[in-house]
Design a protein around this ligand. Structure first.
Ligand code: NAD
Ligand code: IPM
Ligand code: MN
Length: 357
C-alpha cells in the first residue's frame, strides 16, 4: 500500500489538509495516510518543530502532504527554533530544490482578481522557485559591533544549485509554451550575476526554449501590468517567495494557490512535498472559513508527480474548476455568501465520485 505522510501543522493547516486527504482518497483510492506533528503543535507536544519521528515517517512515505506552520507566540524564538524552521528543514533534508507554484485563473474567476478581468482572462503561469538555497539558509548572526547591534543574513548560492533548478525550469518550459523568464537582481547582486551566467549556460542545452531575463523589481511591476505575458518564471528563493504570493492574489485569492517541492525532473515520478503556498492564516483559523482549494490542488500535484496518476490529478483539477465556476465558494471568493471549508470539499468530492461512478 502506498503511504502518504500527512503533516497538517498549525492554524488552518489541519482544516485544509483534511479536505485534501478526502479529495485525494476519492481520486486515488487505496492510499494509506500517516499523520505526524510538525511546527508549533510539534513544539508544544514534542518540544521541537521538526521531530525526528516525523522525518522518519516522511522518509518511509511516497510523498508528503503538508498544511502550514507558524502562528502567534513564537516571535521571541531564534529562526532555528521557530515553527517555520520545520518547513525549511524538511525542504533541506529531502533536497527539494525545485518549487513549482502555478498561478492560474480558472474560468469564471476573472472578476475575483483585483486587476481588471480582461487583464487576467486565461492567465496561466508557473513559478519555479529555488527552494533550498539563498538567504533563508545562510548563516544568521546578531552581534554587537562598535556598540551597535549588527545583523547578518548570509546569502549563498553554489553553481550546481543554480544549474539544477535552471535545468528543471527549462524542462518544464519545454513541456509548456517553450518560454522561460529568469528573474534576478543582476544589476546589484553578485549572486544574481552568477545566477544569470549559469542560466545562459544551461540555455545552450535547450535551444528550442526562448529565454528572457528580467530584474525582480520590474518583474513585480510587469506581473500586475500584464500577467498573461508570462509562462514559466524561474527565480531564487526569496524573490520566488514574494512574487508567487503576488501572482496568487492576481488570480483572485491566495486560498487556491498550490505547490510542489521536488528533487527530480518535472516529468519524473518521485518523492515530493505538496502544500498550499499560503500560511496558517491565524485570522480565520478554526472557523471553517479557509479555502481548501490550495491544499486540494496540491494533492492533485501529488497524484501527478509522486504517484504518476495523471488521470487522478486531472479528475481533481476538473472537479475544482467546476466547483469554482458553479460554487460553493469560500468567503475569500464570495464575500456575501461564503460557504464553509467542508462544504467546498464536499462539493469537490461529489464531483470526483460522479466521474468515477
Ligand atoms: P497567510 O498566508 O497565513 O495569510 C495571509 C492572508 O491570507 C490572511 O488574511 C489569511 O486569512 C488569508 N488566507 C491565507 N490562506 C487562506 C485560505 N486558504 N483561505 C482564505 N484565506 C486565506 O500569511 P501570514 O499571515 O503572513 O502568515 C501567518 C503565519 O503562517 C506566519 O507564522 C507565517 O510564517 C506562516 N506561513 C507558513 C507557511 C508554510 O507553512 N508553508 C507559508 C506562509 C506563511
Ligand atoms: C512559503 C512560506 C515559507 C517560505 C516560510 C513559512 C518559511 O512563506 O512557503 O512561501 O518562506 O518559504
Ligand atoms: Mn511565502
Amino acid at each position: 500500500m502506498t503511504q502518504i505522510a500527512v503533516l497538517p501543522g498549525d492554524g488552518i493547516g489541519p482544516e485544509v489538509t483534511a479536505a485534501a486527504v478526502r479529495v485525494l482518497d476519492a481520486a486515488h483510492p487505496g492510499l494509506s495516510f500517516v499523520e505526524a506533528p510538525i511546527g508549533a503543535n510539534a513544539i508544544a507536544t514534542v518540544g521541537e518543530p521538526m521531530p525526528a519521528d516525523t522525518v522518519r515517517i516522511c522518509s518511509e512515505s511516497a510523498a508528503i502532504l503538508f498544511g502550514a506552520v507558524g502562528g502567534p507566540g513564537h516571535d521571541h524564538l531564534p529562526p532555528d527554533k521557530r515553527p517555520e524552521a520545520a518547513i525549511l528543514g524538511l525542504r533541506k533534508h529531502f533536497n527539494l530544490y525545485a518549487n513549482v507554484r502555478p498561478a492560474r485563473v480558472f474560468p469564471g474567476m476573472e472578476t475575483r482578481s483585483p486587476l481588471r478581468s480582461e487583464l487576467v482572462d486565461g492567465m496561466d503561469l508557473v513559478f519555479v522557485r529555488e527552494l533550498t538555497g539563498g538567504l533563508y539558509f545562510g548563516e544568521k548572526t546578531l552581534t554587537k559591533e562598535d556598540g551597535h547591534e549588527t545583523v547578518r543574513d548570509v546569502l549563498i548560492y553554489r553553481d550546481y544549485e543554480i544549474e539544477r533548478v535552471a535545468r528543471f525550469a527549462f524542462a518544464l518550459a519545454r513541456m509548456r509554451s517553450k518560454r522561460l523568464t529568469s528573474v534576478d537582481k543582476n544589476n546589484v547582486l553578485l549572486s544574481s550575476q552568477l545566477w544569470r551566467r549559469i542560466v545562459i549556460e544551461v540555455a545552450k542545452d535547450f535551444p528550442d526554449v526562448k529565454l528572457e531575463h528580467m530584474l525582480v523589481d520590474n518583474a513585480a511591476m510587469q506581473l500586475v501590468r500584464d500577467p498573461r505575458a508570462f509562462d514559466v518564471i524561474v527565480t531564487e528563493n526569496m524573490f520566488g517567495d514574494i512574487l508567487s504570493d503576488e501572482a496568487a492574489m492576481i488570480t483572485g485569492t491566495i486560498g487556491t494557490a498550490s505547490s510542489a517541492a521536488l528533487n527530480s525532473a518535472p516529468d519524473a515520478n518521485g518523492f515530493g512535498l505538496y502544500e498550499p503556498i499560503s500560511g496558517t492564516a491565524p485570522d480565520i483559523a478554526g472557523k471553517g472559513l479557509a479555502n481548501p482549494i490550495g491544499a486540494i490542488l496540491s494533492a492533485a500535484m501529488l497524484a501527478r508527480y509522486s504517484l504518476g496518476d495523471e488521470a487522478g490529478a486531472t479528475a481533481i483539477e476538473r472537479a475544482v474548476s467546476e466547483t469554482l465556476a458553479e460554487g460553493p465558494r469560500t468567503r475569500d471568493l464570495d464575500a456575501a455568501g461564503g460557504a464553509s471549508t467542508n462544504a467546498v470539499a464536499d462539493a469537490i468530492v461529489a464531483r470526483i465520485s460522479k466521474v468515477a461512478a
